[in-house]
Ligand binder design. Structure first.
Ligand code: UDP
Length: 239
C-alpha cells in the first residue's frame, strides 16, 4: 500500500534562483527536470499541487530600479520573468508525463491561461498541477506574497517554501558555522526575532489566515517527498 501523505493540497513556492542551479542566470534544464520528477512523485502519492515560481533568476524589479529603471516597469519585467519560468516548468512537467496547467495573473492570450480561481480548484481536484505565474499581478509585491495569497485562495493545507538552505536559522548559515536551525516556530517568534522567512506583507497574510508555512531545502533530493509524507524536515511555522 502507498504510504499516505500528510497533506491533501499544498502550495509549493520555488524561488527563481532555485531553477538556475550553479549558473548565475537563467534556467538549468537538469535542475528543472529533477524538480519535475520530485513533483511527479508527490502528485502520484495523491497530493494536489499548486505551484508558484519566482523570477529572481531572470529579473527583479528592485534590482532594475537600482540600475535606474522605473520600478513599476521593473516589476512588470519581474512578473513576466515568472511566466517564463512557468512555461519552462510546465514543459518539464509535461515531458515527465505530469498533467499541468499554467495560469498568469497578467492575461497573456495564446501563451497561457488567465488566472481563474474556480478553474484552478477544479483542475487541482482532477489531479492537475496548477502553476500560478505573474505573482499577484501587481508591482511592489513578491512571489512569496503570491504564494500565500494563492495558498489561501485554494485552501491549501500549507505553503511549502523550497529554498537553498535546510530551514530557518537564527543567523545566516552561509556566513556563520554555528548557526542553528529551528524545527518549529510561531508566527510571533518569526516577527519578534526578525527571522528572514518571507517579506512582511507575505508573512502577515499567512499569519492572519492561519496558513502554515514550511521552509525546506529544495536542492536536497527527496526533501519535498519527506515534507509531504509528514516527516520532520525543515522548519514549520504554524501557530
Ligand atoms: N513581482 C511583482 N509582483 C508580484 C510578484 C513579483 O512585481 O506580485 C516582481 C518583482 O519585481 C519581483 C519579481 O517579480 O522581484 C520576481 O519575483 P521574486 O523576487 O518574488 O522572485 P524570487 O525571489 O522568488 O525568485
Amino acid at each position: 500500500m502507498t504510504p499516505k501523505s500528510a497533506y491533501r493540497r499544498i502550495l509549493l513556492k520555488l524561488s527563481g534562483e532555485a531553477l538556475m542551479g550553479d549558473e548565475g542566470f537563467g534556467i538549468d534544464p537538469k535542475v528543472l527536470d529533477r524538480m519535475a520528477q520530485e513533483i511527479k512523485e508527490i502528485v502520484e502519492s495523491g497530493v494536489q499541487v499548486g505551484l508558484v515560481i519566482g523570477g529572481g533568476n531572470l529579473f527583479r524589479g528592485q534590482g532594475l530600479a537600482e540600475a535606474g529603471m522605473n520600478r513599476v516597469v521593473g516589476d512588470h519585467m519581474g512578473m513576466l520573468a515568472t511566466v517564463m519560468n512557468g512555461l519552462a516548468f510546465r514543459d518539464a512537467l509535461h515531458r515527465a508525463f505530469v498533467n499541468a496547467r499554467l495560469m498568469s495573473a497578467i492575461p497573456l492570450n495564446g501563451v497561457c491561461d488567465a488566472y481563474n480561481w474556480a478553474e484552478a480548484i477544479s483542475l487541482l481536484k482532477s489531479g492537475r498541477v496548477v502553476i500560478f505565474s505573474a505573482g499577484t499581478g501587481n508591482p511592489f509585491f513578491t512571489t512569496d506574497s503570491a504564494a500565500c495569497l494563492r495558498g489561501i485562495e485554494i485552501e491549501a493545507d500549507a505553503v511549502l517554501k523550497g529554498t537553498k538552505v535546510d530551514g530557518v536559522y537564527d543567523s545566516d548559515p552561509n556566513q556563520n558555522d554555528n548557526a542553528t536551525m529551528y524545527k518549529t516556530l510561531s508566527y510571533q517568534e518569526v516577527l519578534e526575532k526578525e527571522l528572514k522567512v518571507m517579506d512582511l506583507a507575505a508573512f502577515t497574510l499567512a499569519r492572519d489566515h492561519h496558513l502554515p508555512v514550511r521552509v525546506f531545502n529544495m536542492n536536497k533530493p527527496g526533501a519535498l517527498k519527506a515534507v509531504v509524507m509528514g516527516e520532520d524536515e525543515g522548519t514549520l511555522i504554524d501557530h
